[in-house]
Design a protein around this ligand. Structure first.
Ligand SMILES: Nc1ncnc2c1ncn2[C@@H]1O[C@H](COP(=O)(O)OP(=O)(O)OP(=O)(O)O)[C@@H](O)[C@H]1O
Ligand SMILES: [Mg+2]
Length: 363
């Protein structure tokens, strides 16, 4: 068992810097998710842990050992890929045995480990088939089995669920979480899907352009995103943003057609910032119809409903307030008429304020 540490890690391909400098400490037994848009360097970071890419500068440690110069096979890691990467000519059992045979483990021990892993994953009856005789979800289970029989110090996952259909993805998500909990093995999991990140990670590291934006628990990222990027990236539908300024001696926030009082928890943060250009962030669930607005202080906002998306338990409203477009989550029994003005309330304890120039959080 071991944690993983990045210390000032940089990666260049020729003159192109993909990761300028990366510091991250993944604790022993932690499930860490690296999340970010396509091309931000998630796989590169993971492949550097695995030793499939070398490190241009800095240090990567697994446990207390710097692994920069260790070949992949000596790093005590097991990786699971999006493409499964199973050998097509071997049976599933042979695929799962392969890494153990290379290590010259005695056959009875191999049998014990493979049978145990197959039982955990519910694939015992599939071991004599070849990978192409399995469904996508079953193949990914064999790939997971091949990883867990090795009993590595660290699991590395690179978008392992991307090739599965939506329903299977949800159930495999839970299975991988349970597996990690049961085995108590440190896991680094790469995805571009923020829902996957939120549901699986003990902590999440959000990346953009090779740079770490924020590391925290799912709730920390949701409630206190450090900048506009993280605020927009985490949460579905995404947070609404309105350009704004302070008014009335810093006591109100003026945003387009509406104006809100500065809530008490933000008063200190906006002191002396009267001339600053701001972005106000409001999550869709913090825009509520009158009768639901029981919690905290609120402020009214008159909007026009453009599109309604009924989802059963809730309705997503796409609307306009003057020039600004926004999204709200409504109770299905309180749906406004399309094109009509509706009054929504902003829950002020859910307000997020950002400096428009630096895009950093004010409070
Ligand atoms: N061998 C390479 N040579 C040059 N550039 C590369 C190489 N491999 C990756 N890159 C670049 O490095 C950047 C990061 O790539 P990486 O594969 O780590 O992104 P990612 O976050 O995993 O994206 P995705 O979500 O699409 O998988 C990209 O801009 C990519 O074009
Ligand atoms: Mg990738």
């Amino acid at each position: 068992m071991a944690g993983v540490t990045f210390k000032g890690v940089a990666k260049k391909y020729g003159d192109v810097t993909v990761i300028p400098g990366f510091d991250l400490e993944i604790k022993d037994k932690e499930f860490m998710v690296l999340v970010g848009p396509s091309g931000c360097g998630k796989s590169t970071a993971l492949r550097m842990i695995a030793g499939l890419e070398d490190v241009t500068a800095g240090q990567i440690s697994i446990g207390d050992k710097v692994v920069n110069d260790l070949p992949p096979k000596d790093r005590d890691i097991a990786m699971v890929f999006q493409s499964y990467a199973l050998y097509p000519h071997m049976t599933n059992r042979e695929n799962m045995e392969f890494g153990l045979k290379i290590r010259k483990m005695p056959q009875p021990e191999i049998d014990r480990l493979v049978n145990e892993a197959a039982a955990i994953l519910g694939i015992s009856n599939l071991l004599d088939r070849k990978p192409k005789q399995l469904s996508g979800g079953q193949r990914q289970r064999v790939a997971l089995g091949r990883a867990i029989v090795r009993k590595p110090a660290v699991f590395l996952f690179d978008e392992p669920l991307s090739n599965l259909d939506a329903k299977l993805r949800v159930s495999m998500r839970a299975e991988i979480s349970k597996l990690q909990q049961r085995l108590q093995t440190t896991a680094v999991y790469v995805t571009h899907d923020q829902v996957e990140a939120m549901t699986m990670g003990h902590r999440i590291a959000v990346m953009k352009d090779g740079k770490l934006q924020q590391v925290g628990t799912p709730l920390e990222l949701y409630e206190k995103p450090v900048n506009v990027f993280v605020a927009q990236f985490i949460g579905t539908p995404p947070m609404n943003f309105f350009p704004a300024t302070l008014a009335d001696g810093g006591t109100r926030i003026k945003a387009g057609t509406f104006s809100l009082p500065v809530p008490p928890f933000l008063r200190e943060r906006v002191k002396g910032k009267e001339s600053l250009k701001l972005q106000v962030g409001i999550r869709p669930e913090n825009l509520v119809p009158l009768s639901r607005a029981a919690r905290g202080e609120t402020a009214p906002l008159t909007v026009e409903a453009d599109i309604l998306e009924p989802l059963g338990h809730e309705v997503i409203l796409h609307g306009r307030a003057g020039e600004d477009v926004f999204v709200a989550k409504l109770d299905p029994h309180q749906v406004p008429a399309l094109g009509a003005p509706v009054e929504l309330l902003v829950e002020l304890d859910g307000l997020h304020l950002f400096d428009a120039a630096t895009e950093m959080r004010l409070g």
